[in-house]
Design a protein around this ligand. Structure first.
Ligand code: SAH
Length: 198
């Protein structure tokens, strides 16, 4: 998967590739999908939800420009695949998921892999749930947001970056946002297809 779908499509950050190599994606998909775990596909993880396509996970992680000191907020834990990768590349990850079962399962899964030391899980609405823990150096939204999530922008630290897929349709534009000299700078990255933020 890493060679054929990630490196071949231009992901070159060695830290990102190493972090992904350490995570067995098959443990983050439903049993009946395990044979497809290393294909470059989003797969179902429950009612209307999916685990993101590995290339997109790699791309977003590379574009986040993570440093080992960073505090990260992830919105949309899902089964915790992206969480596990973020946790290896940053100081602390706060991850929030609307679905309580997914949150509990993700916390158990990361604990079993010994990857939960610097991860805090919470179930609730991503925009509100971790207000008490911000500001964050990096914010990653892994569900499609109909509009720019303004409330999340206020939780971004000085010099921080947020990546969020924005759009109302089936596909979104992935945006990278930062505040430079008090002004918001929006960088469109790629078109993508996420399940919508609820
Ligand atoms: N990061 C995951 C992506 C999971 S899909 C991965 O690595 O595969 C997106 C997830 O966002 C779903 O599990 C969905 O339940 C969750 N979600 C949707 N709206 C949300 C909201 N408002 N707050 C928190 N989580 C939300």
């Amino acid at each position: 998967m890493i060679q054929n779908h990630i490196v071949a499509r231009g992901i070159c950050d060695a830290n990102v590739l190493e972090a992904m190599l350490r995570i067995p994606r098959e443990l983050f998909v439903a049993l009946e999908c395990r044979e497809q775990a290393y294909e470059d596909k989003a797969l179902p993880i429950g009612p209307g939800q999916t685990i993101s396509q590995p290339y997109i996970v790699a791309y977003m992680t590379q574009m986040l420009l993570l440093e080992p000191t960073h505090r990260v907020l992830e919105v949309g834990t899902g089964t915790g695949y992206q969480t596990a990768i973020l946790a290896q590349l940053s100081a602390q990850v706060h991850t929030v998921e609307l679905d309580q079962n997914l949150t509990q399962e993700a916390a158990k899964r990361l604990a079993a892999l010994g990857l939960d030391q610097n991860v805090a899980f919470r179930s609730g609405d991503g925009v509100e749930a971790w207000r008490d823990a911000g500001p964050f150096d990096r914010i990653l939204v892994t569900a499609g947001s109909p509009t720019l999530p303004e409330a999340l922008m206020t939780q971004l630290a000085i010099g921080g970056l947020m990546i969020v897929p924005v759009g109302r349709g089936k596909t979104q534009m992935m945006l990278r946002l930062r505040i430079r000299d008090g002004v918001r700078v929006e960088q469109p990255l790629i078109a993508c297809r996420f399940v919508p933020l609820v």
